[in-house]
Design a protein around this ligand. Structure first.
Ligand code: NAD
Ligand code: ZN
Length: 384
């Protein structure tokens, strides 16, 4: 547990009924004249950006829609989006999308300058200075990227995904609009919801955990453990979907105040080299890592059980086991792949996965039980 801690948050968060309509006031207050609306192809084709475009036009402002942002972008793809923005004449950024769109948009907000490139930020994120104000509207629930100072990019030459972290990238405004996640396909709702579950439990059991991150991590965990299946299974269950939207935002705040651990660290090579979707690789790694961590995290798992799913378990051991069983039940229920075989990963890849995973020291240092190369190898072996 950290002894001193800081929490830097967006200046305003609008949630609940009619949240998207708040965009009008946000744009007026910011004095925006031409808005860059970032989204991806699927989201644009689903019409999820239409309402925002209407609001912008009704104010008489200019708008340029960039609707082809890459999914889980490489840093070079992000640089292309930066170049597009610099040519566009826009002075405000509105991101409508999942973590991929939000991360790229957050990077553009600090990269709209000729002083440094995205590649420079990989080496030294402290160079980042906010150039353009941002509004984040998440369409998954989710990464929590709307809350965090992080942006994750793939670095193909290192076969890794790398987190660029700077307080300058924290969104100015967040809009949690339930309509955005209403029709999320089940597989996407499941993978992104499990990512939020990982954020919550990892941040709660992180060496960087502290009273502020615990508050948000436990509330997120409670909401997720009690809503995720219904949110994914029942198209009409808007209460459960809203709970997941809040949970993913809270889990993002937990990341900001604490940090994720070995699930995310070992997941990055799977995204970077094999292009396994972020939520899917985390879902596959979640239980092997939780079982590995159990001896070091038992008391905390028991505390989470008491907070989120109080029942008949009496001892710390029983409570910890019950929490892990519940998480396992969720992963299985949501039909996540049980291993990496179908995703093109083979035994011969393990050594290079271990080597890449061990490079993610930023997150491995947060893990309460030390992850040695031998331990990482044993974890990967379980999921091949
Ligand atoms: N910045 C952070 O703090 C943070 C935290 C976790 C993950 N990430 C990063 O975020 C990325 C993953 O983001 P994600 O999991 O939100 O998914 P995503 O943004 O990559 O989107 C996944 C798929 O879902 C589709 N989609 C999104 N919203 C939809 C909707 N409402 N309806 C239908 N389809 C929709 C997209 O078009 C895409 O095909 C990864 O690069 C990951 O590393 C960032
Ligand atoms: Zn994540």
């Amino acid at each position: 547990m950290l002894e001193s801690y800081t929490l830097k948050l967006p200046k305003a968060v609008y949630a609940g009924k009619g949240a998207m309509s708040k965009l009008e006031g946000v744009l007026k207050e910011a004095g925006a004249t031409k808005v860059a609306l970032f989204t991806d192809k699927s989201i644009y084709e689903l019409g999820l950006a239409d309402g925002a475009v209407e609001i912008i036009k009704s104010l008489g402002l200019g708008v340029e829609v960039c609707s082809d942002l890459a999914i889980e972008p490489t840093y070079a793809e992000v640089q292309k989006t930066v170049d597009w923005f610099c040519e566009s004449g826009c002075d405000f950024i509105l991101a409508i999308g999942g973590g991929s769109v939000m991360d790229a948009s957050k990077l553009v907000s600090v990269l709209a300058t000729s002083e440094y490139s995205v590649h420079d930020l990989l080496g030294d994120p402290s160079l980042a200075r906010k150039q353009v104000k941002t509004v984040m509207v998440p369409t998954t629930a989710g990464t929590g990227a709307e809350a965090t100072p992080n942006a994750i990019v793939a670095v193909p030459e290192d076969e890794l995904k790398v987190g660029i972290v700077s307080d300058e990238m924290v969104a100015d405004v967040v809009i949690l609009e339930a309509d955005m996640i209403k029709n999320l396909p089940r597989s996407i709702a499941a993978a992104t919801g499990l990512d939020a579950l990982c954020h919550a439990i990892e941040c709660f059991t992180s060496n960087k955990a502290n009273p502020m991150s615990d508050t948000f991590a436990l509330e997120a965990l409670d909401l997720i453990l009690n809503n995720i299946e219904r949110a994914c299974d029942d198209p009409e269950a808007m209460d459960a979907k809203r709970a997941m939207q809040l949970a993913s935002f809270y889990a993002g705040i937990a990341i900001t105040a604490s940090g994720t651990t070995a699930v995310h660290a070992l997941s990055y090579p799977l995204g970077g080299r094999f292009h396994v979707a972020h939520g899917v690789s985390n879902a596959i790694l979640l239980m092997p890592v939780m079982h590995y961590n159990e001896p070091a995290c038992r008391e905390l798992f028991a505390k989470a059980y008491d907070r989120c799913m109080p029942g008949d378990a009496a001892t710390v051991e029983e409570k910890s086991a019950a929490l892990l069983e519940r998480m396992d039940e969720i992963v299985k229920h949501l039909d996540m792949p049980e291993n990496l075989a179908a995703l093109g990963v083979e035994d011969v890849d393990i050594d290079s996965l271990v080597a890449s995973g061990m490079e993610v020291t930023r997150l491995l240092v947060n893990n309460m039980r030390e992850v040695t190369p031998e331990a990482a190898k044993a974890i990967y072996e379980q999921i091949i």
